[in-house]
Design a protein around this ligand. Structure first.
Ligand SMILES: Nc1ncnc2c1ncn2[C@@H]1O[C@H](COP(=O)(O)OP(=O)(O)OP(=O)(O)O)[C@@H](O)[C@H]1O
Length: 289
């Protein structure tokens, strides 16, 4: 594994947060058995610091989602261990983590309740769990919607807003639960470039105001370098870090960083690492996504 700590990363350092550090230690995940056995993740180890935005990039089918699902508690691991803030969530004694409100997943095709307003959707979790009164949850939901630029559609229904706006509502709905870790699996994959820009700015705005660790899977290298404190570039299947790139561009960031020479250098380093693995995946018979 190469570690491209090209310059001190202190200016682009993560949010000061004491919550949400992820330790992935020697994780193996296999599916099936015998001739049909697939090893999706193999001897995978890396650390995500509390409050860090960690972008996970790799060829299609390399095992990124399998790793995210293990952290979320959607399936077990075959061996190894995953810890959050030093506490084992899955490991030798408990192969499957219990899903919990401390780790919230936002999918590409997340589902909002179509019969509830956007405000009600965001307020739903804490109201249901009884962690906030309905009035407090709605007030918090309103302020989160404002942070992602959606205050004017709070009373509208999900079916009345664009898919990019719905993604922002979903992220606000995740953040209201004050998770330690936000797990994002290509949430913006289907969106056009301009809508993605709005998404990125909204996500960063939420991130700057709410301390959370972000574990974000993407195929989009510009998205990865723009948002991330670090890029974990995976090998072709099975998933394990091939290269870790520290993005030493200071936060808060805006779109102007994209034209900086440093951004281009980091993009090139990421592109080269991904290209090598995409070729390896292709040679192994997989298709690049
Ligand atoms: N439930 C399952 N049963 C059997 N095999 C599975 C299962 N889930 C995933 N796999 C296999 O594990 C491998 C890794 O899949 P995974 O979805 O983790 O990759 P990925 O990197 O997230 O892919 P993509 O970028 O295309 O979403 C693939 O070969 C996939 O077919």
């Amino acid at each position: 594994m190469t570690d491209l700590a090209l310059e001190p990363a202190s200016r682009g350092a993560p949010q000061t947060s004491s919550r949400g550090a992820i330790s992935i230690r020697n994780v193996v995940k296999t599916y099936g058995s015998g001739a049909s056995q697939v090893t999706a993740v193999d001897d995978c180890s890396f650390e995500v610091a509390a409050g860090e935005i960690c972008m996970v990039v790799g060829p299609s089918g390399c095992g990124k989602t399998s790793l995210l699902n293990a952290i979320a508690g959607f399936h077990d691991i075959t061996s190894g261990e995953i810890l959050i803030d030093g506490e084992t969530i899955c490991g030798p004694d408990r192969p499957m983590a219990a899903p919990g409100p401390d780790r919230v997943v936002v999918f590409q095709n997340g589902a909002l309740f179509p019969w509830k307003t956007n405000l009600e959707n965001v307020a739903f979790g804490p109201t249901m769990q009884g962690t906030m009164t309905e009035a407090a949850a709605k007030a918090r939901a309103r302020s989160l919607l404002a942070e992602v630029g959606l205050d004017d559609v709070a009373e509208r229904f999900p079916g009345e807003i664009s898919s990019g706006m719905r993604r922002r509502v979903e992220i606000a709905r995740a953040v209201i639960n004050e998770p330690r870790v936000l797990l994002l699996d290509e949430p913006y994959r289907a969106l056009d470039a301009l809508t993605k820009q709005v998404m990125h700015e909204a996500l960063l705005e939420l991130y700057y105001r709410n301390k959370v660790t972000i574990f974000f899977i993407t195929h989009d290298l510009e998205e990865a370098v723009f948002l991330g404190h670090k890029l974990v570039i995976s090998t072709a299947r099975p998933c394990r870090p091939k290269t870790i790139i520290e993005v030493d561009i200071p936060h808060p960031r805006d779109r102007s960083v994209i034209t900086s020479p440093r951004f281009r250098e980091l993009m090139e380093a990421a592109h080269e690492a991904v290209r090598q693995e995409a070729v390896a995946a292709f040679q192994a018979g997989d298709k690049e996504g």
